[in-house]
Design a protein around this ligand. Structure first.
Ligand SMILES: Cc1cc2nc3c(=O)[nH]c(=O)nc-3n(C[C@H](O)[C@H](O)[C@H](O)COP(=O)(O)OP(=O)(O)OC[C@H]3O[C@@H](n4cnc5c(N)ncnc54)[C@H](O)[C@@H]3O)c2cc1C
Length: 455
């Protein structure tokens, strides 16, 4: 009897521990609370640095803050993305160019083919409603059922990506101001506003109750905080010392093909899975001890097929079809690629389907360990790439942003009364470090050649 009691006790304890770990390390229990309406906190959440409607974290943050604050203001330098033309883009335009140019000054990966796992879908569906999301995305040409797997697209070669922007635009208490975030204003340990510089050089202060930095690789908040703290002060120096980076030579070449109906039919008859209903997806990731080349094939919408070749310190030139074939040949594989991957090349080659490409060498990833910072304003937080950029070999940037915004929602739901507590920012950064900070430690080691540096 005693043995059975002990076993029950152990089982009970392990269940409690399991629940506690899931609760603290993941967003599993917080996800259902997204979109809960509450009495809004007074004032304005200034989502600063970037367009909510163009960057992943910005898009989600603006929507979440709209549930918690009277108003949400976005400061956006690249206003042109809200023009009708960009909200309903014509991806065919990229096929005019052999080499795709990047219209975004601040997002180097903008036109690259990217994959987003189901966590993005789960968050979008909670925030906007499953039907709304489905309608927007399928209207844009993505096959029904996309939500079950990874969704691939490039910002320039996609009908569906701007649909997320269109969804945010429908939210009533979100306004957007053009211009650059250019600094912070504070009083008694809390921020009171964000400096905004307009295109004609005018500066004004936008009042803020909460400031959310998501300036991505520009690291706006990191610079502005140092200025605010006085760049020679101990607090500013301590903050500066929390930046880690590593020398990453990761390169990615995305090749986009526009397929005619006849080519799609031929591929279908040749047994290419999913080609007819925009469902083709194949990812090859290498054993990093042997090679760093990876390959992604996808046709997730309309008649666009992308083949992405990614590698650490890439030596191959990807200019022509035979270069892609050569790249396949150079892949070090433990399990060979399925035959149909080669059949795709054969058919593309047979019909001389040209491709437009976008090549990127990634910036050095950075991690600002805000959770260790001292003396930060209580109502400043940072999310997405403005805190940590991941090694792109595994994607994950959007999933990380999802975990962070859901965590922010949890803390905002916990706020009692009408104002943010004085430890709000600190608590956010602690939770962020617990849930997503660990990704940094596996980031450089995915490529054994790199060492983390403090700069
Ligand atoms: C080659 C490559 C491939 C990748 N592939 C994947 C993938 O497959 N899957 C995945 O999930 N992630 C991937 N990522 C990572 C992913 O792209 C990023 O994590 C994601 O874009 C981060 O979103 P963000 O909103 O934080 O920043 P961003 O998307 O960089 O947005 C930052 C915003 O801030 C604005 N901004 C900058 N400075 C200012 C200022 N002073 N004032 C106002 N606004 C400002 C910019 O205009 C921009 O709108 C990849 C990254 C790279 C480099």
């Amino acid at each position: 009897m005693e043995g059975i009691d002990d076993l029950c006790l152990l089982q009970g304890l392990s269940k409690v521990m399991h629940r506690k770990l899931v609760q603290s390390l993941s967003i599993a229990y917080d996800l259902p609370n997204l979109g809960i309406q509450r009495e809004r906190l007074s004032g304005t959440a200034v989502v600063c640095g970037g367009s909510t409607l163009t960057s992943i974290s910005g898009l989600l943050i603006a929507r979440i803050c709209s549930d918690h604050f009277e108003n949400v203001t976005i400061i956006e330098p690249e206003e042109w993305l809200l023009t009708e033309e960009r909200l309903n883009p014509n991806p065919d335009q990229i096929f005019i160019m052999k080499t795709i140019s990047n219209p975004r000054a601040r997002i180097p990966q903008w036109p690259a083919a990217q994959g987003f796992d189901a966590s993005l879908t789960l968050v979008l569906e909670k925030l906007f409603g499953p039907e709304e999301v489905k309608n927007e995305v399928t209207e844009a040409g993505t096959k029904p059922g996309w939500e079950l797997g990874t969704l691939y697209f490039s910002e320039e070669a996609s009908h569906s990506r701007p649909s997320f922007r269109r969804l945010v635009l429908k939210t009533k208490n979100i306004q957007q101001l053009s211009g650059k975030g250019d600094g912070l204003v504070a009083q008694n340990g809390a921020l009171t506003g964000v400096k905004r510089r307009t295109a004609n050089g005018k500066e004004e202060i936008v009042p803020a109750t909460l400031v959310v930095d998501f300036t991505g690789v520009a690291l706006g908040g990191f610079r502005w905080l140092q200025e605010l703290l006085g760049s020679t002060s101990a607090a500013a120096k301590q903050l500066a010392s929390l930046k880690e980076t590593f020398n990453n030579k990761y390169q990615a070449v995305s090749c986009f093909f526009k397929l005619s109906d006849a080519v799609i039919d031929e591929m279908d008859q040749a047994g290419i899975p999913g080609i007819k209903d925009n469902g083709l997806q194949h990812i090859f990731l290498p054993n990093l001890n042997a090679d760093t080349r990876s390959l992604v094939l996808s046709s997730s919408e309309k008649n666009i097929l992308s083949i992405s070749c990614c590698e650490y310190d890439m030596q191959e030139e990807i200019e022509r079809m035979d270069n892609i074939r050569e790249y396949y040949h150079n892949l070090v594989m433990e399990v060979p690629l399925p035959k149909y991957i080669y059949t795709i090349l054969d058919i593309l080659e047979k019909h001389r389907v040209p491709f437009s490409k976008y090549a990127i060498r990634t910036p050095y990833p950075v991690y600002i360990q805000y959770a260790k910072a001292k003396g930060l304003p209580s109502n400043f937080i940072a999310i997405g790439d403005s805190v940590m950029q991941l090694n792109p070999i595994k994607g994950q940037g959007a999933s990380k942003a999802c975990a962070e915004v859901v965590s922010l929602n949890k803390l905002l739901l916990d706020v009692k009364g009408n104002t943010l507590p004085s430890d709000f920012g600190q608590n956010f950064f602690k939770l962020q470090a617990t849930r997503t900070g660990g990704l940094w430690s596996v980031c450089p080691t995915t490529l054994a050649h790199e060492a983390v540096l403090k700069i």
